[in-house]
Design a protein around this ligand. Structure first.
Ligand SMILES: [Zn+2]
Length: 330
């Protein structure tokens, strides 16, 4: 971390960094020739164990997103292949990464220890509308459920569905089951009506693992100020995400400064307890400064430059997501 000031390095290394979203398992489960071994510092992609370690990551949600083309064709096997890729990684590097399924697993993680991995679904296409498959994925360790990706599914409508419907009966059952079983509900990609329904029925805090503020960049994947306030009122946390087009409508010029502008806005509207990081590494095109996972300390440095107090920076880097997962996990 030689590019960073001593204060940045000290603060970042002594913070608990929690990244609430990546699509890295898609790379680990890809066909031979495209597959990346996540124990090695990669020439391609954004995240792997060495780069996460260098970037100071302590907890990471790994989405089992079946892929855009597989949402409609064999999404269950697509999700299971990604899930298996994480289990395989953990078995090959047990001192570097561990699975988090209960609150104690998360509480035990330390800045110097192995990275805690939380398995997530991004879109519930893999559940095929069956609560029994929710039970199966729960047994397999899934602890974060993004109800939709962009299109409509059997639970709800995503922001790209072009409809205004809220949760289906299956979607409502899922939210209730998540509350009962200690699985986090994730509302990134969900449409406005679905978000309203989730907030009305969830008895637990929710997260938006990777979304930004619409007042800063008017993109459908970002939240209005009213939505930001409603998520904060629920006790939830919004993870700022690195995708250029969500950072700045002039996406070719999106920068780290835009990301910091989104953090500023979310903090102003939601308060310092409700903002975190959700990179979407390996599923996004990040701004050049944040080209891959060893760059997280730049966010710490940028927040210091903007006058944030160290204890507030620690909350944004990960304490907020850590708090809600300690609350929700069994
Ligand atoms: Zn996403």
């Amino acid at each position: 971390m030689s590019d960073f000031s001593a204060q940045t390095i000290d603060l970042h290394q002594n913070s608990f960094v929690f990244d609430a979203h990546c699509d890295t398992l898609g790379h680990a489960a890809a066909p031979a020739g495209y597959r990346r071994d996540l124990t090695q510092w990669g020439q391609r992609g954004h995240l792997d164990l060495p780069r996460m370690k260098t970037g100071g990551v302590n907890a990471q949600i790994f989405a089992c997103f079946p892929g855009v083309d597989r949402l409609r064709a064999n999404p269950t096997s697509g999700a299971l292949q990604r899930l298996e890729a994480l289990y395989d990684l953990i078995s090959r590097a047990p001192h570097q990464i561990v699975l988090v399924t209960i609150a104690d697993d998360l509480a035990r993680l330390t800045p110097d220890g192995p990275i805690g991995a939380i398995l997530g679904l991004e879109g519930v296409e893999a559940l095929d509308g069956q609560m029994s498959l929710f039970a199966t994925f729960h047994r397999l360790g899934v602890r974060n459920i993004g109800l939709t990706w962009d299109p409509r599914n059997l639970a709800a409508d995503g922001v790209g569905a072009g409809t205004y419907y809220g949760l289906t009966p299956f979607g409502r059952d899922l939210v209730q089951a998540c509350n009962e079983k200690g699985v986090m509900v994730d509302v990134s990609h969900l449409n406005a009506a679905g978000l309203e329904d989730v907030l009305a029925i969830s008895s637990k805090p929710i997260i938006a693992s990777h979304s930004n503020a619409r007042a800063v960049a008017d993109h459908r994947r970002n939240f209005t100020d009213d939505q930001i306030r409603a998520i904060a009122d629920n006790g939830g946390v919004i993870g700022v995400t690195f995708e250029r087009s969500f950072l700045n409508l002039d996406y070719e010029n999106a920068s780290l400064e835009d990301l910091l502008n989104h953090i500023d806005h979310l903090v102003n509207v939601a308060g310092v307890e409700h903002v975190g990081l959700g990179s979407d590494y390996d599923g996004c095109t990040p701004p050049p400064e944040l080209a891959s996972g060893e760059k997280y300390p730049l966010i710490t440095q940028g927040l210091l430059h903007r006058g944030y107090a160290p204890d507030v920076i620690r909350k944004i880097l990960g304490e907020n997501f850590r708090r809600v997962f300690l609350d929700v996990l069994p």
